[in-house]
Design a protein around this ligand. Structure first.
Ligand SMILES: Cc1cc2nc3c(=O)[nH]c(=O)nc-3n(C[C@H](O)[C@H](O)[C@H](O)COP(=O)(O)O)c2cc1C
Length: 180
């Protein structure tokens, strides 16, 4: 039996994948998952004054002058509506001990803020306690990004704790930094 036929029969676990436009989105997701990221929770206050927040790893720095960053929010995500409407939002970069917060803010939980200690930042957006880093931002622009909104923020304030290690996400799983 050829190797190709063995793979086709599911007898050999493939370690390499290939995607072409129009192919299955699963393979594209697997390819994108090869890019290791940190994990953030993006927050704002809604029109009625309550907190909203969502786990996001599509966080990227954009510009130093002016200081800009972006996140991509799925248009079907409930949190996307208040986040693109808010004048200010916060990006909480998570540390290793905050994996439960990442799970909470990505799950269908009614009260995401009930189990996660937080306070209001200077611009009003919720700041999660003990985060590795936080960026308080003023909304700068919202662009169309296919099935996502691209939300660009101008950093008003940033602070960080240099003693903490980041929570990482790679190939669909939470990871830790490994130092030799
Ligand atoms: C590690 C991780 C990263 C994620 N990154 C994003 C992201 O960048 N953008 C996004 O829209 N959803 C992302 N999600 C999915 C949302 O967190 C998830 O769909 C959430 O339940 C949406 O909540 P909502 O519908 O209440 O807004 C991510 C989830 C996880 C676990």
């Amino acid at each position: 039996m050829t190797v190709e036929r063995a793979i086709a029969n599911g007898m050999v676990e493939t370690t390499k994948g290939e995607y072409r436009t129009g192919h299955d989105p699963r393979t594209l997701r697997d390819a994108l998952g090869c890019f290791a990221t940190g994990v953030t929770v993006v927050t704002c206050l809604t029109d009625d004054g309550g907190p909203a927040g969502i786990t996001v790893n599509s966080f990227t720095s954009v510009s130093l002058d002016p200081p800009l960053l972006l996140v991509c929010l799925h248009k079907m995500a409930a949190s996307a509506t208040p986040l693109i409407a808010a004048s200010h939002f916060a990006i909480n970069v998570l540390q290793t001990e905050q994996q439960p917060a990442s799970i909470t803010f990505s799950a269908r939980t009614e009260d995401r803020f009930g189990s996660t200690p937080w306070s209001c930042g200077e611009a009003g957006a919720p700041i999660l306690k003990d985060s590795l880093c936080m960026f308080e931002c003023e909304r700068y622009a919202v662009y169309d990004g296919g099935d996502h909104h691209i939300l660009v923020g101008q950093v008003v304030k940033a602070s960080f704790d240099a003693n903490l290690d980041p929570l990482l996400f790679f190939r669909g799983r939470y990871r830790r930094l490994h130092f030799d």
